[in-house]
Write a protein that binds this ligand. Structure first.
Ligand code: GCB
Length: 675
């Protein structure tokens, strides 16, 4: 959904329509004037592939992470920055700025409540140096922002460069002709966190215009999900170079035949129309590939921009605890060259594995898998949803400590750096788009939803860890319009990627549910003894067994539970167990485990994911103390009783189903939990 020179959508600007028209007109006129001043016009480049910026002999990557300048647009004057053209000069010249960490959410890094609770536009800028060498070497230069939540407009040296709707997915634009070489360049990003019924996810703004109860112009934002709507430049920002003729995208699919692997690849190339011309450009581009094993040794090579190669006696990609060597990755070194002498190379990590499914099971490499996992969030203290390497390492270390083999990227796509870890550690991913709690299924929303899925598939298609696409979480799919809506979104996703099952996480009763019939596998969230029959743990087993058996009978598809759980306040204990205590959370889990064992024995139940891996931040409300407390771990990633219990449970399953050996301390701890 990247567009150059396309204005942000009115609904996300928090401006009146007439203000938007004026802003758009000013913006366009201004762009035209400034373009002629610097002598270069930006052209549309929204056909980019999903390749993460990686260095190679032909590519250089420079990080723009660090401390940026930052200021907010006033709540009551959201278009001030556009009207005063804050992007046309350093932000510090437009008013007072503060330093802002990138990547990070901006909400929790200061003591300022207005910043934490801001609704509307926030502005970032920084300068960066570009060497003259890049110009003399006639390189194409690309800017990439890992994600900016929710709506963003990017300016380079005072000109509008690109805009993007939606957080959690990358924004890219070629900047070759807009750069000043051998000098400092200015990048400015305006970000708006406003959610409306037309955004994905949805939200709404309420204007409280009763002067006896609220101050003038008072408005609030609400949304149909419980996690904090953190905002900002959440992921890494970088610029990178490629030759003028470059690898635009690589699609890899894999198959297995006995002990051999088959890798099919399709390389898309492009030639920059904006970049400096190096000699004579040519249409004739040649591709070659080289396959390296994970020690970097050469395995095989081939010529051609598409084709298949056979890997004799391949090392397959297996999930964690299903093999002694899980997460085995090869590197496909792709090279393209044109007859003007441009050569581009890109190292693409791949795993050789298959995903298949039938009416009862999900299989990796033809072996049924049972998902032992968690719903998660990108969430931590101070950083909010900002990418944080220590947190990535800690979370994967905890997942493996638990004996988990999977998680769902609830409720939006996670950072590519997290996905890299999943690939390499053998953690299976249900890859979810940001469509959480959708309602009002009209055509414009559907088209936007389909585009978001396309962006997600484009980004993550080559990842062996991704075993399933989830087009959303808990839509209001009891509405009849959900039937056609989801059938269209699912079919569009399958057209983009027929190799993986497509699902949507459901919450309505099967009798009133309209999305289920289009899904390949059924994922259901259920909170027995928490949101229903609170305090009555004895109902969990009969209710869970009955319900999930019926889902399978009705749809003849594999079924799993994608959320269950209870809130617990770390350190709060009572015996007998009582809601919100660690004991209650643990006992609720034990009741669920017994139900899951029975369901698994029936042959159609293919996984369990507890809600949630860790406690996470929520907006201010009276039923949650600043966080959703259903974590196995606290927000600081320390285990509750539930974490220890889950460690024993998941390792026991791994022993039973995958012949894994339960670590000694996990076995000892089980004695505390009546297991
Ligand atoms: C759900 C949602 C999840 C919430 C959870 C809860 O069904 O999918 O996002 O956090 O319930 O704790 O209420």
């Amino acid at each position: 959904m990247d567009t150059l020179d396309s204005p942000p959508t009115p609904t996300t600007l928090l401006l009146s329509f007439s203000q938007i028209v004026i802003a758009m007109e000013t913006w366009t006129v201004l762009s035209i004037c400034l373009v002629s001043l610097v002598g270069g016009a930006y052209t549309k480049d929204n056909t980019w592939g999903g390749l993460y910026p990686r260095e190679s002999v032909s590519r250089e990557v420079r990080s723009l992470d660090g401390l940026w300048n930052f200021r907010l647009s006033p709540l009551q004057d959201p278009d001030k920055g556009f009207r005063e053209e804050w992007y046309s000069q350093p932000l510090s010249k437009t008013g007072s700025v503060i330093s802002m960490a990138v990547p990070s959410s901006y909400n929790d890094v200061t003591q300022d409540k207005a910043l934490r609770d801001h609704i509307g536009w926030a502005w970032y800028d920084r300068t960066f140096f570009v060497p003259t060498r890049w110009q003399t070497d006639k390189l194409r230069v690309v800017l990439r922002l890992g994600s900016a939540h929710y709506n963003s407009i990017v300016y380079l040296n005072g000109l509008s460069l690109t805009s993007h709707e939606g957080g959690h997915l990358p924004i890219m634009a070629e900047i070759t002709s807009g750069l000043v070489y051998g000098r400092e360049n200015l990048i400015t990003v305006a970000i708006n966190n406003t959610l409306t019924p037309e955004t994905i996810p949805q939200g709404s703004i309420t204007y409280h215009d009763n002067p006896t109860r609220y101050p003038p112009g008072y408005f609030t934002q609400s949304y149909n999900f419980d996690f904090t709507n953190y905002a900002g430049l959440h992921r890494t920002v970088s610029i990178y170079t490629t030759p003028v003729t470059y690898i635009d995208d690589i699609l890899v699919t894999t198959d297995i035949n006995g002990s051999d692997g088959i890798i099919s690849y399709n390389i898309t190339t492009a030639t920059s129309q904006m970049g400096p011309k190096k000699k004579k450009q040519s249409d004739s581009v040649g591709c070659s590939i080289k396959l390296l094993n994970n020690d970097g040794d050469h395995v095989t090579s081939a010529m051609g921009c598409q084709g298949s190669i056979m890997v004799v006696n391949a090392s397959f990609w297996w999930p964690y605890l299903m093999s002694d060597n899980p997460g085995y990755l090869y590197t496909l070194e792709v090279a393209v060259s044109d007859d003007a002498g441009n050569i581009d190379q890109y190292p693409q990590k791949i795993g050789i594995r298959t995903v298949s499914w039938n009416s009862t099971s999900l299989m990796i490499n033809n072996e049924p898998v049972y998902l032992r996992g968690c719903g998660k969030h990108e969430d931590s203290d101070i950083r909010g949803k900002g990418l944080d390497y220590p947190l990535i390492v800690k979370d994967f270390s905890l997942l493996k400590w638990l004996g988990a083999n999977s998680f769902r990227t609830s409720h939006y796509p996670y950072a590519e750096e997290i996905m890299d870890m999943a690939d390499q550690e053998g953690i299976m991913i249900v890859d979810e788009c940001p469509a959480v709690g959708l309602s009002g299924f009209d055509e414009p929303l559907m088209n936007k939803h389909i585009s978001v899925m396309q962006e997600l598939v484009r980004r993550d298609k080559n990842r062996p860890s991704v075993i399933m696409w989830s087009v959303g979480n808990e839509p209001q799919s009891n509405q009849e319009a959900a039937k056609d809506y989801f059938s269209n979104v699912v079919n569009a996703t399958k057209a983009d990627d027929p190799s993986r099952p497509v699902t949507c996480v459901l919450s309505y009763d099967k009798s009133s549910e309209h999305a289920a019939s289009s899904l390949d596998v059924i994922l259901v969230n259920r909170y027995y003894s928490w949101y229903s029959d609170t305090g009555h743990l004895e109902v969990i087993k009969p209710q869970t067994i009955t319900e999930f058996t019926e889902w399978h009978k009705l749809h003849n598809k594999p079924v799993m539970i994608s959320e269950y759980g209870a809130g617990s306040i770390a350190g709060f204990h009572m015996d007998p167990e009582f809601t919100w205590t660690e004991e209650y959370q643990a006992e609720l889990m034990i009741q669920n485990f017994e139900a899951f064992d029975e369901l698994r024995n029936q042959g159609f139940f293919f996984g369990e994911m507890i809600w949630n891996f860790a406690d996470f931040a929520t907006p201010q409300e009276y039923n949650r103390p600043g966080a959703c407390m259903k974590g196995l771990f606290t927000r600081a990633r320390q285990p509750k009783m539930a974490g220890h219990l889950m460690r024993y449970h998941y390792w026991s399953l791994a022993q039973k189903l995958n012949n894994a050996t339960i670590p000694g301390d996990a076995r000892r701890l089980s004695l505390f939990y009546k297991l």
